[in-house]
Write a protein that binds this ligand. Structure first.
Ligand SMILES: C[S@@+](CC[C@H](N)C(=O)[O-])C[C@H]1O[C@@H](n2cnc3c(N)ncnc32)[C@H](O)[C@@H]1O
Length: 269
């Protein structure tokens, strides 16, 4: 390693397993989309990706950016690689998308903000595929289906915004330097480009799962009157005994629409 000490605060666990790097390359969708990488690190994945497509890489660490600038001088000079030195979450805050045009996100993500990055990518209208290495535990949540014990708001959001979600393969800690404490997985999400989340849907889900083992109706009582809950459950044929993980993503979406419509009606008087 180029005399660079991994920084914990930036979630730096460098991938050193060539078989895993090749596995990620094989998972790349065969399309005309542009490529975005978050956290190129020492550039081992970048080196393989840039052979296939022009791309942009976002890196927050000043020391790594200078290593990358010299390692990829030719690719940067020929505009095959655009290297942006920034906190990628700031870019999303200021411009809503990481690339003007359809793109796929491929990355070994910094785990301390992995969930946040995936949620931003799911809501970025230009991002079509998300193929990222993250903690297995988080990957399982994004792919969980109704009645799975890991099914929560992440699985619901993922189901509503994607047409395919799966774990491609697991990666053991020894494939990294330094080795993380947990097993990792490559998560694959293909977005349904016509769907989006409305208004405060994420806040609504937070209330629904505030106490995951309690009944959904109990959790909803923190934001709705008892009579509203009964009416909505009746209309959607939801049994009052259901726990939050026993209700489908589509029903959550329909429930939210009813809550929102009810609120709009009452504010109109
Ligand atoms: C798990 S390492 C992956 C490094 C490299 N891609 C690899 O596979 O070996 C995560 C990378 O994300 C970078 N990073 C952490 N937080 C970031 C942020 N907010 N914005 C952009 N990059 C970030 C880290 O500096 C690090 O290079």
């Amino acid at each position: 390693m180029e005399n660079i000490k991994a920084k914990k605060k930036y979630g730096q666990n460098f991938l050193i397993d060539n078989a895993v790097l090749n596995g990620i390359i094989q998972a790349m969708p065969n399309n005309e989309n542009y490529l975005v990488e978050i956290g190129p690190g020492l550039g081992d994945l970048t080196e393989k990706l840039v052979k296939y497509k022009d791309m942009t890489a976002y890196e927050v660490d000043t020391d790594l950016v200078s290593v990358l600038r010299s390692k990829f001088k030719d690719e940067i000079d020929s505009n095959k690689l655009e290297l942006i030195h920034t906190d990628v979450l700031r870019t999303w805050e200021s411009q809503k998308t990481l690339h003007e045009g359809k793109y796929d996100l491929i990355a070994n993500l910094p785990y301390y903000i992995a969930t946040n990055i995936i949620l931003r990518a799911l809501e970025d209208a230009n991002c079509e595929h998300i193929i990222v290495m993250i903690q297995k535990e988080v990957a399982v949540k994004f792919t969980a289906k109704v009645n799975d014990k890991e099914y929560s708001s992440l699985g619901i959001i993922s189901q509503l915004l994607t047409s395919d979600s799966k774990i491609l393969f697991d990666v053991s800690p020894e494939s990294f330097n330094p080795a993380p404490k947990v097993v990792s997985s490559i998560l694959y999400l293909r977005k349904n480009m016509t769907n989006s989340l409305s208004g405060d849907f994420k806040k609504f889900l937070k209330a629904c799962f505030s106490q995951p083992r309690k009944k959904l109706s109990k959790n909803l009582s923190s934001i709705l009157e008892k009579s509203e809950i009964s009416q909505i459950f009746n209309e959607l044929d939801i049994n009052d005994n259901k726990r939050p993980h026993e209700v489908s993503a589509s029903l959550y979406s329909q429930m939210y629409t009813k809550v929102k419509n009810g609120r709009e009606k009452s504010s109109r008087g």
